[in-house]
Design a protein around this ligand. Structure first.
Ligand code: NCD
Length: 306
């Protein structure tokens, strides 16, 4: 049985197949409307979420399956002190597949070791967020037509932003990608990713502090919010939170076909005036998140479309 803990759990070929399936679902949704009839998805969310949880639920409902679960630790037996391992043993009796989000790094991995159903990591602390990466890859491939030969700017909270950590690990497997890491000094990419992933794999990358300096060279700009919940004190958060604000003026510095992605939720880092710019694709990205989660559920459950 397969679980998804990190984007690296899928080979490039498996990933390509998954993205092809997601595109087929987008083109022919009715072919898949009954594929998961009689199957249940459990969403165990120990940390807040809107998109990830609801897009998983929408994905399973679109496939004709049903969903159960909880959306905060307070409303589960975790509040009584139950371990993740015990919870998953029980959930394995109720559902066929499970998506889990947890504030502790590695919690979904611990769950997967005790589980008799596939577990999908829906975000573990500041560590990984593989299904957001699948969403990002599907968005880029669908809108740019390729996953190689581009310069991508990753901007904002590169220290705590798990979506960035997962995306970098996935993208280094494609040829000729240049990374521009745009962040304040305090929120730079952690050493385990900068040295352990980028340097170790001889990737072309450089760090910038000013977004304006990076913008003209980018084919893709991946904006992220400052991860308030992972800061040790509120003062530091307040100092950092408006460090980057992408607005219409700054968009004038960008290429005409540069795409702006954001995993959402957005706070202040992209001004709402940018939303009407055809290069802003973050709401489309959220839609791709449903298709790719449908494809992932089908793949892990080994169910074919009709
Ligand atoms: C991201 C996350 O949870 O890491 N959100 C999401 O899943 N779409 C990004 C974030 O919370 O900033």
């Amino acid at each position: 049985m397969k679980h998804l803990m990190s984007p690296l759990d899928l080979s490039v070929e498996e990933l390509d197949r998954l993205l092809d399936l997601a595109n087929d679902i987008e083109a022919h949704p009715s072919r898949y409307a009954h594929s998961c009839e009689g199957k249940k998805l459990a969403t165990l969310f120990y940390e807040p979420s809107t998109r990830t949880r609801l897009s998983f639920e929408a994905a399973m409902l679109n496939l004709g399956g049903s969903v159960l679960g909880f959306s905060s630790a307070d409303s589960s037996s975790a509040a009584k002190g139950e371990s993740v391992s015990d919870t998953i043993r029980v959930i394995s009796c109720y559902a066929d597949i499970c998506a889990m989000r947890h504030p502790k790094e590695g919690a979904p991995l611990v769950a997967s070791m005790k589980s008799s159903i596939p577990i999908i990591n829906a975000g573990d602390g500041g560590h990984q967020h593989p299904t957001q990466t699948l969403t990002d890859l599907l968005t880029i491939r669908s809108l740019k037509g390729r996953l190689d030969n581009f310069t991508i700017g990753l901007c904002g909270d590169l220290k705590f932003g798990r979506t960035v950590h997962s995306l970098i690990q996935a993208l280094i497997r494609y040829p000729n990608i240049r990374f521009v890491l745009i962040s304040p000094e305090e929120l730079r990419l952690p050493d385990n990713i900068r040295d352990g992933v980028l340097k170790k794999n001889h990737q072309d990358f450089h760090e910038e502090v000013r977004l304006e300096d990076a913008l003209p060279q980018l084919d893709l700009l991946y904006m992220t919010r400052v991860q308030r919940e992972r800061f040790f004190n509120e003062e530091d958060y307040i100092r950092m939170k408006d460090f980057y604000i992408l607005d219409k003026e700054k968009m004038k510095l960008a290429k005409e076909d540069m795409l702006v992605l954001h995993p959402l939720p957005r706070v202040n880092e992209i001004s709402v005036e940018v939303d009407d710019d055809p290069r802003a694709v973050y709401f489309k990205q959220a839609q791709y998140g449903v298709y790719v989660r449908m494809a992932l559920i089908l793949t892990l459950l080994e169910v074919e479309g009709c």
